[in-house]
Design a protein around this ligand. Structure first.
Ligand SMILES: [Zn+2]
Length: 274
């Protein structure tokens, strides 16, 4: 599943081809995505793309008249191709531009979406209640500490909640909790402010590293498949259950939390008594 770093790298990859370009034509081959592609999307024809932004895992293609809200879902990807490039299976939407290029949205499982809104995108129901972006100063130890005082859920679930902070997927939650030395099952309201300081730092680091790595491994989005894939990083805990901890040599342990694999070092990430 594309995570925040993959979406950010997609944004960086498509921006040079889209910014300032006029939309010439929109082709919708299959509107049956997670939500139907609205016919109002055709309002975009003739408009100029003024910005390509990202909020959480949504890409926002802005014009002076409205904004496309695009999500890659479980299996979506974007490519920049030349006009007239033959579509293949699962190529659901094309946005053709004045520079002879087109943005092609491909999504095998169709959990993604391509929506159109005339209102400021941040007010859209999908975006309005999202927590802060992890790589901004709004996401801080003070914020997490205050926000967690009445929350008894496990800290891992807490930081994976999009209403708390966006973009902390399962792998990134596992890795940042390990680096910060915090037990994933510790109730969020028992985590101290210094621990949250370490955790916010680690979350920012792991995401920034993934974006940087994705940006360097990926030359452009005009390649054959356009799939950024999962940025393979040095993972310290995720996928390493029953292997030795890189810090202390003890065996890493796996538990399921919310149906998701959770791997941690019982020695380096002790459960603290409040
Ligand atoms: Zn350890």
């Amino acid at each position: 599943m594309p995570e925040l770093p993959e979406v950010e790298v997609s944004r960086q990859g498509i921006t040079p081809f889209m910014l300032g370009e006029t939309v010439m034509r929109i082709v919708v081959r299959n509107p049956s995505l997670r939500w139907p592609v609205p016919s109002e999307l055709q309002e975009m024809v003739g408009l100029t793309i003024t910005s390509v932004r990202r909020r959480a895992k949504y890409l926002l293609l802005e014009t002076d008249w409205g904004t496309v809200i695009l999500h890659l879902g479980m299996s979506g990807n974007l490519r920049i191709l030349d006009h007239g490039t033959q579509p293949s299976k699962h190529d659901h939407v094309d946005i053709e531009l004045g520079n002879g290029k087109l943005l092609r949205f491909n999504d095998t499982r169709r959990f993604g979406c391509v929506l159109w809104t005339r209102d400021p995108a941040e007010q859209h129901a999908l975006l309005a209640k999202l927590g802060p972006e992890p790589l901004t100063d709004d996401f801080s130890d003070e914020y997490l500490y205050q926000r967690s005082r009445k929350r008894k859920i496990a800290v891992k679930q807490f930081i994976m909640d999009n209403h708390v902070v966006v973009g902390v997927g399962n792998i990134y939650a596992n890795e940042s909790l390990f680096s910060a030395g915090i037990n994933p099952e510790q109730p969020a309201n028992e985590v101290t402010q210094p621990q949250y300081a370490a955790l916010t730092t680690e979350i920012k680091l792991v995401l920034a590293r993934a974006i940087k790595q994705g940006g360097t491994t990926l030359k452009d989005f005009t390649g054959s498949d356009g799939k950024p894939g999962y940025f393979v990083q040095e993972l310290q805990v995720y996928g390493r259950a029953e292997q030795p901890c890189s810090a202390c040599g003890g065996l890493l342990k796996e538990v399921r939390m919310g149906g998701r694999s959770t791997v941690f070092c019982p020695r380096c990430q002790p459960r603290l008594k409040p």
